[in-house]
Design a protein around this ligand. Sequence first.
Ligand code: DAH
Length: 339
Amino acid sequence: MLQKIESLRAEIASLTAADAAELETLRIKYLSKKGLVSALFDEFRQLPADSKRELGRPVNELKAFALDKINSLRAELEADAAADNVCDLTRTAAPMPCGTRHPLSLVREQIIAIFRRLGFNIAEGPEIEDDWHVFESLNFAADHPARDMQDTFFINRAPDVLLRTHTSSVQTRVMENNRPPIRIICPGRVFRNEAVSARAHCFFHQVEALYVDRNVTFGDLLQTLRYFAQEMFGPQTRIRLRPSYFPFTEPSAEMDISCDLCGGKGCSFCKGTGWVEILGCGMVDPNVLDACGIDSKEYSGFALGMGVERIANLKYRVSDLRLFSENDLRFLDEFIGAR
Ligand code: DAH
């Protein structure tokens, strides 16, 4: 009997199973009620008492050994299956969260690309500015309401340090340090002390354009505006200029484009007028050129400035300004693949 136990043990030790079915066959062969180990127990029961004392332990150990072996073969098979899953190239890929361009970046890049085709270069300036660059050099009168605490975030008074309220400040920075011809486009963030709502925010984005050279005329401005509008909103887009006032331009105008929702017929988006306002513009006031050391008798120029959120609203119909800065993925995901 001891010999039988030994040879069965050696047999079990060398068992292998290629899959779960093979393993089950082995389990039945050795451990089921009619299996070889059970048969050994039947035999054991027939033995006289003193042999039982001698063989009880080896026979029980054999059973435990067989159980261990079957269990470890099962564990090996399961580990193999898990490893196979990792390499299963036919499995559907797990979704990978993927970032997207922010709509304001998309629009800013489009605006820049259009002006680049006309030969404009990018210029940048600081967000924290002084009174000279934001107001004084741009012909704002000392008591102009835009200088007021209610509009402007001041960091320090006398000397004034403030957050720029518009990107027109970059005009001054460029004209102070460069001689014409100047053809620049200035994208950037601006700040105004406004209560945050769907239609106003305490920070937003602008793009400013400036062209200064000999003989720059209002006709050049008009043609640039028309080109920009049609590149941005499509060739069917019409523009119109309304007289306006800005301290740093003379004459000044605001530009409307034909409403592309109703094709100019009038709808709720354009409040029945068929037109929507998109930017301010004008011929650079001679005082501004002179303040920056450019002879206004020799040179002239045009400037224009627009809100990036405004253009994005027209392109993508985002009617609540707050969405642009809340970083809600449900909103941002809408722009996956947008152009
Ligand atoms: N700076 C103006 C604003 O923030 C926008 C603007 C209007 C810029 C007319 C210009 C311009 O360059 O010519 O509202």
